[in-house]
Design a protein. Structure first.
Lengths: 291, 291, 291, 291
């Protein structure tokens, strides 16, 4: 991205203000809206008048998620409250907009107003970058919780989606004995091809007692009461699946098994990389649109 | 696959006769059709009467590809010639059949006769197993052609599909300096996440002279005259893309650049694994169908 | 170690009391001396009379380091104070003893009394296990300090001894771009053979500005004022070398470069593995002595 | 090595003539002695008068091994025969000389004449470069002999010296299930730290039947009759140990177990890297001597 652009960054938390800095460091002209309480460097233009969104920007960047609740923009660093739907009325026709967790109604509004709206979460590049941060964050979480080294331990990763793939890769790289589970025969073939042990998810239960560490990435109750009874008492379970997760946490507690439900790791573990993932995705979208 | 099955293996080359052995070793009752000239062990039943396909088998296994030409079964080890369409007339209704490179007309025939027909090539598990063999075979090919070690060399893998992914993984594992190219931003993010260097395919040309070894996996003319002029004269190019491949072989020859168009590696490099890939895929299909 | 032994564990901190538990879990008969304030399980015999060391044990285990100061046993969990030299008077002739950081005078005493005394720190097995914990602990330290992912970052490891070797291996496994420095041409060859970038330690200075993260393992002032002036201001330096370390910490602070002097990582990062390393080394010594 | 040097290359086979080319390509002035039948490019000076060795060269390079037999220089590409001892009479005092497999008498001669003589084989850098080529060559050998992929196979590497270390590393990188054996507890700790399975060499026999591929690197009869009886009949054994090797080849043949005694792999598998290893070692020696 050598060309210098004019970019509006609107609302969001520290990641979004970090994004302002990254974009400005790359030489772009950055206008910050609904970020009045963020500490921004001088080369970033703090906009106080929201109607100024009616200028044509090369890109307008809304937060992830764009909504704090059904009617409000996610803008914890702002002094004001906005409804994303209202903001869309200011954008000039053809404006390119990026946001996270866009709902149907907002896409509809964009369509009606002739705006080009993209959702980060529908982008493979963004999802991969996020998964890198989640996988590393999961390893960091385990390192913090455990009083022994990961090297040489037996570890099960349940689910071989984006996060599962990278978690296996990085654990293997630390000299961990990695087993990954998946339901599909194609995923099991990939697991073996990469050199890990493979087990069908429906068959993990017969061997659960052999693992020192279990990471779950599947948003479905996998480690239920029956399964937990097979887990070693001094094992550690790290659940990465979105709420309610895949572990019966109460029963695990009764059994004295240490568990953690680690959510939103990218923002917590590596906020700077999270901002960088937004930056890269914005550039990729702009590149693709031009070619 | 602990249950003992009754399986018909029909036509094909050494891989298919190897499959007979693997299935029989697993304890299944194997009937070989159109394999009269294959050397089969005694526990495999050589069938000479093709109409005996009218029995109900747990699975009927046709070769990859099923057709040798538009009207003939691929059956180089048979004493007779068959048309796959005709064979389908013998199968009882509901027969499960597996074959490779099935065309529309054969699928239609299967549909009309109430047969359950699967194509290996539409199966992710089979494709991954095949890609493992192709990636390893590509490394073997390079090792045979080159008079230096791969370790420490700079290597470009063009295309990050199944084969590209595994080739990168294995080269990296040999201590090669791996760069992978892809067109999509999502693939580029994956490449980085796995620790390789990433470059957009359209931008490989500026840096082509830095590679000692180039593997192409994209079935499109990528290394054309202009590109080849940037390649080091003592570089080695291994094209894995199906015919006509992605390299201007004539021009490369004129320039004195060593090239190889390595096709059908799984069958050539590791016929035993190729037979095993068929076996595993058959079991997976049977398993999925039962569950 | 299937045979059941009689082992005395004498003094030391939580690692030593952890060792008592591990040994008892393996079925050995464990006698704890100078560990009165440790919380030990019931199957461990708390000895209050130090003269009871005059029994013949299969092994007597002293702490690492054995001395708290020139005249006192390292025994923070004891109610009493002892001089290691005095303890040696109780041991019967031929007693096998293991301790850490044994000085010449203690070795001399052992020799004179006919005791077989081993120092953990002179054992390759113990040093490797310790280095695993140090390398993982160093990665954990970086993960805690940094607000971005390690994956994809450029990292320099100064020194290719035990810790350097494993740190490179694990960073590489996380998809980090790893450069290792060493002085000897043989080490540089090893570094390349394992797939990392190699640079002679005396030549790191020309390229210091390209690293995001620098780990030092060499106990010599390497990153002095001049060198630090080439380091990126937002780089992170993690010094693993024993005091005074290899970094001019004050000058780094003036430059605003984030540094950490991470010492005694095994005990802090993974005390349970530290106890396990002691256990494994004891078994190895006993095994070797019998064969 | 930016400085341009004057180098004499004396005797040897294709590797030594390859070395002439590499040195000349680097810009050095190369004089070839006892290489009359080698096809050398024009920028290399073919010397026919051996007494011209009396000039002062920056380095005089003799072959590996230096002796063809107890009285003759290893010089298959020469038209004449020489005794290395005689050659030493020509060198001026202080001449730096590099050769392979130097015996005591030659070292003595060098000492008496004031020559600085180095043996490649006593250099760690050269040994590592050689081991890279041996380890890759061993994998190449297995790939050539086997009709299945290495990925996913169970493999035992006997001995964890230079070659064992790199063979484990590269096999692991190909997704092989790697077990390494060693005698010393320190090596076993290293094996685990790198993520491979470890087994004491004296205990490999109980589990030999579980391996698909066995590489031996220990120059001692390990796989004797008794051991071979435990090896799978369709396993492959690749012996890398110098003659007579570590396998009872006759008995293996009787059992129908496929074996290969793969010797001198660097020269056979990657002659160009073998020449490059000589070049790098020469530069390293020159560098060290100046500093």
């Amino acid at each position: 991205m050598t060309e210098k652009l004019k970019i509006a960054v609107i609302g969001g938390d520290e990641r979004q203000s970090g994004l302002c800095k990254l974009l400005a460091d790359d030489g772009h002209k950055v206008f910050a809206f609904a970020l009045e309480r963020a500490h921004l460097s001088e080369n970033i233009i703090q906009e106080t008048d929201i109607t100024r969104l009616n200028q044509k920007f090369d890109c307008a960047v809304l937060p992830i998620p764009v909504y704090a609740d059904p009617t409000h923009l996610n803008a914890p660093l702002s002094l004001h409250e906005y409804n994303p739907d209202d903001l869309f009325a200011y954008f000039p026709s053809g404006q390119m907009i990026i946001a996270g967790k866009v709902n149907n109604s907002l896409f509809e509004k964009a369509g009606r107003n002739g705006l080009r709206l993209y959702d980060y979460l529908e982008r493979e590049d963004f999802n991969v970058l996020n998964s890198v941060a989640t996988a590393e964050g999961a390893i960091h979480t385990a390192m913090c919780e455990l009083n022994y080294t990961l090297n040489g331990k037996r570890c099960l990763v349940i689910g071989y989606g984006h996060i599962g793939k990278l978690l296996c890769r990085y654990l293997y790289g630390l000299g961990v004995d990695v087993t990954a589970s998946a339901r599909k025969s194609g995923d099991l073939a990939w697991i073996n091809a990469y050199g890990y042990n493979a087990v069908e998810t429906s068959k993990i239960f017969s061997d659960l007692s052999s693992y020192d560490i279990i990471f779950n990435t599947v948003p479905k109750l996998i480690l239920d009461e029956k399964a937990l009874l097979s887990v070693k008492q001094d094992a550690f379970i790290c659940d990465l699946a979105s709420k309610p997760g895949g572990v019966d946490f109460n029963f695990a507690k009764q059994l004295g098994i240490k568990t953690i439900h680690a959510l939103s790791l990218p923002g917590k573990y590596s906020p700077s990389s999270a901002a960088d993932a937004m930056r890269k995705t914005i550039y990729n979208i702009l590149d693709e649109w031009r070619n």
